[in-house]
Design a protein around this ligand. Structure first.
Ligand SMILES: Nc1ncnc2c1ncn2[C@@H]1O[C@H](COP(=O)(O)OP(=O)(O)OP(=O)(O)O)[C@@H](O)[C@H]1O
Length: 342
């Protein structure tokens, strides 16, 4: 049965006040505000001295009443995968777009990408739809279609100017993510990939809270081989374990540089402590594979093109295919169906 939804709010309204939160606060939320609707509202350490404390303390608590609506809205999505990274800049959004293109190589599959990196959305650029805007109808917001079977939703589509900085505190980000899940008409999808900001922030908690009821298949973690990146992956693994999110596997990105001309490999980011593979083994999570550093990946993303289509025989493309196959196996899907052989 189609979920009954209220007409979405005009985009401008959402940007100016994306939460439309109750209760109405009398002052801006302090930096570590747990959110006026959270269980800790009014009682957390950061609430001390806040002018909103009384209002928040008396506000209704408990599960978000919109969760059943979100669950109904997402009922046509077969698989939901979160893409996480401990550190920024390790290639999480790049990997998300590569994964989206890989899944979309099966014309029978329909794929969606939701960009929850609200402060630094890069998915529209990488999927070649940066200048698009979303359409609002009485039944919801339509995602932008990057390909016939690849839909994208990002805060980027709502900004009047792509250079605008988005400076929002936790509760507002939480509200926008809820809006994305509640009001976007994804329709029937085989895969929804959720690109998240680096680290373990409000956005991760929101995505997990809102998606949990409708089911998350699990999370894919992206890292580079250096210990500084791996350190943060440990925190991400801990976050997933605490939040009850299954870890589908770890990908080591930019593992080695493979010369596009002679295909000779060289280590640019050296795995001084054994890299992603050793970490995966130590932490008891699946290792999905290594993706080499290939400047053509960055170029394909800058031009919004599919690296899979442009460089199908490159070592990086072959490595990515191996990663997708391992991921499909961990999800108990037929790899040949997820990404048909050429
Ligand atoms: N395998 C790769 N080979 C070459 N360049 C890569 C590869 N993976 C990512 N890059 C490049 O690394 C840079 C960072 O990638 P990306 O923006 O995907 O990182 P991120 O982890 O999503 O960062 P953040 O979370 O901070 O937004 C980009 O310029 C991208 O083109």
């Amino acid at each position: 049965m189609a979920p009954s939804l209220e007409a979405p709010e005009p985009v401008e309204d959402v940007l100016s006040n994306p939460l439309k939160q109750k209760p109405q606060l009398v002052a801006p939320e302090p930096e570590h505000c747990p959110g006026p609707e959270s269980e800790k509202a009014g009682t957390a350490d950061s609430c001390a001295g806040c002018p909103n404390q009384k209002i928040c303390a008396s506000a209704p608590k408990g599960p978000d009443p919109d969760i059943p609506l979100i669950t109904a809205r997402l009922s046509g999505i077969k698989h939901k995968i979160l893409v996480l990274s401990g550190k920024g800049g390790v290639g999480k959004s790049t990997f998300t777009s590569l994964l989206a293109h890989a899944f979309a190589t099966n014309p029978e599959s329909t794929v969606g990408v939701m960009d929850t990196d609200i402060c630094g959305p890069s998915i529209p650029k990488m999927l070649g739809v940066e200048s698009e805007t979303i359409h609002v109808s009485s039944t919801g917001w339509s995602p932008v279609w990057a390909m016939d079977n690849l839909a994208v939703m990002s805060i980027q589509f709502m900004l009047p100017n792509r250079d605008d900085a988005i400076i929002w505190r936790g509760p507002k980000k939480n509200g926008l993510i809820k809006q994305f899940l509640k009001d976007v008409e994804w329709g029937d999808l085989d895969f929804l990939l959720v690109d998240t900001p680096p680290g373990t922030s409000d956005e991760h908690l929101s995505v997990n809270t809102f998606l949990k009821e409708s089911g998350i298949d699990g999370a894919v973690m992206v890292t580079t081989p250096q210990e500084v990146a791996l350190l943060d992956v440990r925190k991400e693994i801990d976050f997933c374990r605490k939040a009850g999110i299954k870890i589908l596997g770890l990908v080591e990105n930019m593992s080695a540089f493979v010369c596009p001309k002679c295909e000779h490999p060289g280590e640019i980011f050296k795995a001084t402590t054994g890299g992603g593979q050793a970490l995966a083994q130590e932490m008891g999570i699946p290792f999905l594979g290594k993706v080499p550093l290939d400047p053509r990946i960055g170029m394909a993303c800058d031009y919004g093109e599919s690296f899979f289509d442009s460089f199908p025989d490159s070592p990086a493309c072959k490595a990515l295919k191996g990663v997708v196959r391992s991921l499909a196996e961990n999800m108990k899907l037929d790899p040949g169906v997820v990404m048909p052989e050429d």
